[in-house]
Design a protein around this ligand. Structure first.
Ligand code: IPM
Ligand code: MG
Length: 367
């Protein structure tokens, strides 16, 4: 009797957003199609509007219909939002509220941002070869607390003087749960966690340090050290290979992850996974919507493609398919294909669409 192979089916919410979002998303979807047959997977892609695109259609960045669509899916793949067209809209209606709203709604408190230097790109990094060689770090950024969501938040006026304020708050629980994610990730890597804070000044950071110390006791095999955020941002460019897992709060993680991204040659290379307690995880490239290059074919789709690879790993437990994509990206770079952001004068300059085709083809051919 013929053995019937079991096909696993998943629904993916595709929120391409604005600027280069739709362009890089098209390539990630293409690459996901390339793994379907080979790894007995089947994807249903359901498109929804978010960010500026949703503001134009519905007058709000995250319509209820988009949230509902995400709830019905097994995972969310997100492009990028924002652009000068919507810069004038009031704070709560800005395109960025789409991503912030999704993070909050689905309780996505842990944001994983791996920064890996592909050997073929060493000359695209602005940092000297001997400093950045072998870079492979993971930032675990707290994603639903801190300054981004703390209240009160706002603006007032008294005696003709305007004041604006944001509040940085963290509870023990918020710190604890993201710390566990970082230590667990470290156990699968080089077993080192650097917890980054500003405990010499901030009360939230002092609590952060205390709680991280406590959580660390459950992970005797992982080495923990603490570092102030200003020092960390310097160490990131002077000796980045010392880092394995960096655990930090929301705002510090936002800043440090852009810095880590550019070490790898371009922010167009950095994927991310946002995890929480429910099954709805979200995957997005770390780069923004880059309106200046939208529609020119110059966007690098690799961050979005690698985000799809993270989705296969964390949401669909398809490690083999995830690895096939990562290997295809490595191969495309080794063969010299470059989008303009990582082009240094040698190799073959290709468009967004061509890079997607090449990676999809190489994914299909992966052993
Ligand atoms: C990121 C982005 C977002 C953030 C913006 C778009 C709200 O910069 O994911 O790093 O600040 O978290
Ligand atoms: Mg950012």
């Amino acid at each position: 009797m013929l053995e019937r192979r079991k096909i696993r089916m998943y629904k993916i919410a595709v929120l391409a957003g604005d600027g280069i979002g739709p362009e890089v998303m098209a390539e990630a979807v293409k690459v996901l199609h390339a793994v379907e047959k080979k790894f007995d997977l089947e994807f249903d892609f359901l498109e929804g509007l978010a960010g500026g695109a949703a503001i134009d259609a519905y007058g709000m960045p995250l319509p209820e219909s988009t949230v509902k669509l995400c709830e019905e899916c097994d995972a969310v793949l997100f492009g990028a939002v924002g652009g000068p067209r919507w810069d004038g809209v009031e704070g709560r209606l800005r395109p960025e509220r789409a991503i912030l709203g999704l993070r909050k709604h689905f309780g996505l408190y842990a944001n994983l941002r791996p920064a890996v230097l592909f050997p073929a790109l060493i000359d695209a990094s602005p940092i000297k070869r001997e400093i950045v060689e072998k870079l492979d770090l993971l930032i675990v950024r707290e994603l639903t607390g801190g300054l981004y969501f703390g209240t009160p938040k706002g603006r007032d006026e008294s005696g003709g003087k305007v004041r604006a304020f944001d509040t940085m708050t963290y509870t023990e629980h918020e710190i604890e749960r993201v710390a566990h994610i970082a230590f667990k990730a470290a156990q699968k890597r080089k077993k080192r966690v650097t917890s980054v804070d500003k405990a010499n000044v901030l009360e939230t950071s002092r609590l952060w340090r205390e709680v991280v110390e406590k959580v660390a006791r459950a992970y005797a095999d992982v080495e923990l050290c603490h570092m102030y955020v200003d020092n960390c941002s310097m160490q990131m460019v002077t000796s980045p290979v010392q880092f394995d897992v960096i655990l930090t709060e929301n705002t510090f993680g936002d800043i440090l992850s852009d810095e880590s991204a550019v070490l790898t040659g371009s922010i167009g290379m950095l994927p991310s996974a946002s995890l929480g307690d429910k099954k709805h995880y979200l995957y997005e490239p770390t780069h923004g919507s880059a309106p200046d290059i939208a529609g020119t074919g110059r966007a690098n789709p690799i961050a979005c493609i690698l985000s799809a690879s993270l989705m296969l790993e964390y949401s669909f437990q398809a490690a083999d398919a995830s690895t096939a994509i990562k290997q295809a990206v490595t191969k495309a770079l080794d063969e010299g294909y470059r989008t303009s952001d990582i082009y240094t004068g040698t190799g073959k300059l290709v468009s967004t669409n061509e890079m997607g085709d090449i990676i999809a083809r190489l994914t299909e051919r992966c052993p």
